[in-house]
Design a binder for this molecule. Structure first.
Ligand SMILES: Cc1ncc(COP(=O)(O)O)c(C=O)c1O
Length: 399
C-alpha cells in the first residue's frame, strides 16, 4: 500500500511538505524511499499488436527515449509543483526552450519575444527559426496589455520571461496572456527564476512553463536538465510529439539527481531568498552602486507586480555599478574569494558574473547606465558573503 498521497495534489499540505513527498512511491519499489535509477533503451513486448500501439502518446511505453520510471517520477513532481497536467523533459533548459519553439511554430508564423529574454532564446529565434521562415519580433518587456497591438493574424506564440534575464524587469503576465487568449495565441514563459515554486504561470494564464532544472531543482551545479510543463492536454500532445521527432532523451541519472535536488529545494530557495534580499538591500546603500535590480526590493520599478504575482524570489539579482572602467569591475570580481565567476546559477555556491557585454536591449532599460554584475547567492554564511563583497569594493576603489 502506498503511503505517499498520489492524487488530489496533496491539497491542504504546504509546498515544503509536498516537495518531500512528490515523485516517489516507496511501496511500489521495494520500500526504498527514493525511486531507483532505471536505465534502458529497448523495451520488450509479448504481444506483436502492442509494438506499434505503444509510444509517447499511448498508455504503454515503446522505447527508452520516452523516459522510463525515473524520468516519470520527476515529471509527476514537476507537474504538481507548477499545477499543470503534464511535463516533458529535456537534457538542458535551452533544449527545453528550443523544443517548445519548434512545437509552437511553422513556416510563415510570427513570434513575439520579450526584449529581456535569456540570450540564447533570442539567438535561436534569430538564427534557426528565421531559417525556417518564422519571423521574430522583439517587444518591450513592460508592454502589458498593449501587446494586443503587436499581435498579427499569423502570430502563433508570445514568449515571456519574468523577471528578465540579467536586467530583472517584471512583465504584467495576466495582461499579456489575456490579450493572447483573446486572439488564440499561445504563451510560453521562462519560469526558471522561481522554479515553479514562487509564481504560478498557469494561474496567470500561461500555456507552457519552461524551467531550466539545471538551476534550483538540480541545485548542486552537477546536473543539466530542462522541463516544459503545461496545463493544456493539447499542448502536452504537441510537446511530446516534437520531443519524439527531435529524438530528445534525458538520462535517468540526471532525472534522479534532479528529484533529489527537489527534496531540499524549498529550504535552499527560502534561505537564498532571505540572504539575497538582505545583501541586495545592503548593496543599495553602497556609494559604488547606482541601482540594485531585485524585484522584491520596494525600490524596484515593478515591485507592485512582484507583490501581486510572486510569493518569493530565490537568490539571483543584478547590481548596476556607477560608471567605471570594465577592467575595474573585472578586478573586483577576480578579487572575491567566495563568489566565483562562471555561468549558470541556483547552485549551493555563490557566483558573480560581470554581465554588461551580454546585455543587448532594443527597448530603453529601466536601469541607469553602468556596468552590471549578476550575483547568485548560494548557501554560504551571509557575513562571509558580505565580507567578500567588501573585499571586492576595496579593490574597485583602489586607484
Ligand atoms: C533564464 C534562463 N533560462 C534558461 C537557461 C538555460 O538553461 P540550461 O543552462 O540548462 O540550458 C538559463 C541558463 O542560464 C537561464 O538563465
Amino acid at each position: 500500500m502506498s503511503k505517499t498521497p498520489k492524487s488530489g495534489r496533496g491539497e491542504g499540505l504546504s509546498a515544503a511538505t509536498r516537495l518531500v513527498q512528490i515523485g516517489r512511491d516507496p511501496f511500489s519499489h521495494e520500500r526504498v524511499i527514493n525511486p531507483p535509477i532505471q536505465r534502458g533503451s529497448t523495451l520488450l513486448f509479448d504481444q506483436a499488436d502492442d509494438l506499434y500501439r505503444a509510444g509517447p502518446l499511448s498508455d504503454m511505453k515503446g522505447y527508452g527515449l520516452e523516459g522510463l520510471s525515473t524520468q516519470d517520477r520527476l515529471c509527476e513532481a514537476l507537474t504538481e509543483i507548477s499545477g499543470g497536467v503534464g511535463t516533458v523533459l529535456a537534457p538542458s533548459g535551452l533544449q527545453a526552450l528550443t523544443l517548445a519553439l519548434m512545437a509552437a511554430t511553422k513556416a510563415g508564423d510570427h513570434v513575439l519575444l520579450t526584449d529581456s529574454s535569456y540570450g540564447p532564446t533570442r539567438r535561436f529565434c534569430r538564427e534557426v527559426l528565421a531559417k525556417y521562415g518564422v519571423e521574430t519580433e522583439i517587444y518591450d518587456p513592460r508592454i502589458g496589455a498593449d501587446i494586443a497591438g503587436l499581435i498579427k493574424p499569423n502570430t502563433s506564440l508570445i514568449i515571456l520571461e519574468s523577471p528578465g534575464s540579467l536586467t530583472f524587469e517584471l512583465q504584467d503576465v495576466p495582461a499579456i496572456t489575456a490579450a493572447a487568449k483573446a486572439r488564440g495565441v499561445a504563451t510560453l514563459i521562462d519560469d526558471t527564476w522561481t522554479a515553479g515554486l514562487y509564481m504560478k504561470p498557469f494561474y496567470l494564464g500561461v500555456d507552457i512553463s519552461m524551467q531550466a532544472l539545471t538551476k534550483y531543482q538540480g541545485g548542486h551545479a552537477d546536473v543539466l536538465a530542462g522541463a516544459l510543463i503545461t496545463n493544456s492536454p493539447d499542448w502536452l500532445i504537441k510537446l511530446k510529439t516534437m520531443h519524439q521527432m527531435l529524438g530528445i532523451g534525458t538520462s535517468a541519472e540526471d532525472a534522479w539527481l534532479t528529484l533529489r535536488g527537489l527534496r531540499t529545494m524549498g529550504l535552499r530557495m527560502a534561505h537564498q531568498d532571505r540572504v539575497a534580499r538582505e545583501i541586495a538591500a545592503w548593496l543599495e546603500g553602497r556609494p559604488e552602486v547606482a541601482q540594485v535590480l531585485h524585484p522584491a526590493l520596494p525600490s524596484h520599478p515593478d515591485h507592485a507586480i512582484w507583490q501581486r504575482d510572486f510569493r518569493g524570489a530565490g537568490g539571483l539579482f543584478s547590481v548596476v555599478f556607477k560608471p567605471v572602467a570594465a577592467a575595474r569591475i573585472n578586478a573586483m570580481a577576480e578579487a572575491y574569494q567566495i563568489f566565483s565567476m562562471g555561468f549558470s546559477w541556483g547552485g549551493f555556491e555563490s557566483l558573480a558574473l560581470p554581465s554588461t557585454v551580454q546585455i543587448n536591449r532594443q527597448f530603453p532599460a529601466l536601469h541607469p547606465k553602468g556596468p552590471i554584475v549578476r550575483y547568485s547567492i548560494g548557501l554560504e554564511a551571509q557575513e562571509d558573503l558580505m565580507a567578500d563583497l567588501e573585499r571586492g569594493f576595496a579593490v574597485l576603489n583602489a586607484a
